[in-house]
Design a protein around this ligand. Structure first.
Ligand SMILES: [Zn+2]
Length: 326
């Protein structure tokens, strides 16, 4: 069950009216626009001097207007630097938060794509979350909350914003005669238009690609140096710049599911497509720390590929950094 944006806004009104807003939230899910809409509404609710009877911000005063145009001094949005959010960015954010608000009596900071915080950045943020300041609110945007440190997860309230159109997208892929198993993967990987995927789809080749990535991922979790060879044998023909990026997104997806399976007591029925990860967890019992490290290595590789480093080099780099070399 998922609340609509209007229901969430109503809930925001109540929280503000009763002074029960939490100091830190994580907005999860893929509906980025909805996250921004609710953040805007929340900041307006705190700033607007003209509530109506239901506690709604007026949407007409200069506060409400500037907030919706993202021109409000006491709202700050931190974006990752490339594929990583670094510790000095978090330190700058903390500096900003420690100064008095300019326009009102509160400050709100949004950390976009919070899963890109590297371990030192995450720890710096954690210290801040452990000692929240009055009238300071932090909102983490993330599509992959499981990739945040468990200690951070435990200190934020989670609101989920799912993309309603996923069903529609899935149907479009199925209508284009894409194998259902592949269509489910593509829906999760494709953040943009589906056309590119539909046009380029060849069943056999897609299958080989996913199998190669699964094998590579297994070797990485097992920390086997063979991962390096898998790049040259199984993945070599799938390492164009675009495909290397897509592959890294898929590996991050696997990592996300693995962590989710590891940290939730009951298996999520919707995730049975990745049942083989259960065996991997059973046999290898990877530590949370090592899964988070692998995520960092995948993010670094994606950053490299986006900067035009060859896919092969970037993938080999992951193997080198993750495997036990004796
Ligand atoms: Zn207003």
């Amino acid at each position: 069950m998922q609340a609509s944006v209007d229901q969430i806004k109503q809930h925001v009104n109540e929280l503000i009216a009763s002074n029960q807003l939490a100091h830190a939230y994580a907005f999860t899910g893929e509906a980025f626009d909805q996250k921004v809409a609710v953040t805007t509404y929340l900041v307006q609710g705190l700033a607007c001097p003209h509530f109506d009877e239901e506690g709604q911000p007026c949407q007409a005063c200069s506060f409400c207007e500037r907030i919706s145009k993202q021109q409000y001094t006491d709202l700050f949005v931190l974006e990752p630097d490339g594929q990583t959010t670094r510790v000095d960015q978090i330190r700058q954010l903390k500096d900003w938060l420690s100064k008095s608000p300019v326009e009102s009596d509160f400050k709100v900071a949004v950390i976009s794509r919070a899963e890109t915080m590297n371990p030192s950045a995450a720890n710096a943020l954690l210290k801040f979350l452990e000692e929240p300041l009055d009238n300071i609110y932090i909102i983490l945007y993330t599509n992959a909350i499981d990739l945040l440190l468990p200690t951070i997860q435990s200190r934020v309230q989670v609101w989920h914003f799912a993309k309603a159109e996923n069903e529609e997208r899935l149907n479009r892929l199925l209508e284009a005669n894409i194998r259902p198993r592949h269509a489910h993967i593509i829906v999760q990987l494709a953040t943009d238009a589906l056309d590119r995927w539909i046009e380029g789809y060849q069943e056999e080749s897609f299958d080989q690609w996913i199998k190669g990535l699964n094998y590579f991922y297994q070797m990485l979790i097992e920390r086997q140096p063979q991962a390096f060879i898998v790049v040259q044998t199984h993945l070599k023909s799938f390492l164009s710049n675009q495909q290397a990026q897509d592959g890294l997104d898929y590996l991050m997806l696997l990592n996300h599911h693995l962590l989710k399976k590891q940290t939730t007591a009951h298996a999520d029925e919707a995730r049975t497509a990745y049942a083989w990860l259960d065996d991997l967890i059973q046999s290898k019992q990877p530590s949370t720390q090592s899964v988070l490290e692998l995520n960092q290595a995948l993010l670094t590789a994606k950053q490299q590929v986006m900067a035009n480093v060859s896919g092969q080099l970037a993938y080999e780099g992951i193997a080198v950094s993750q495997c036990d070399w004796k």
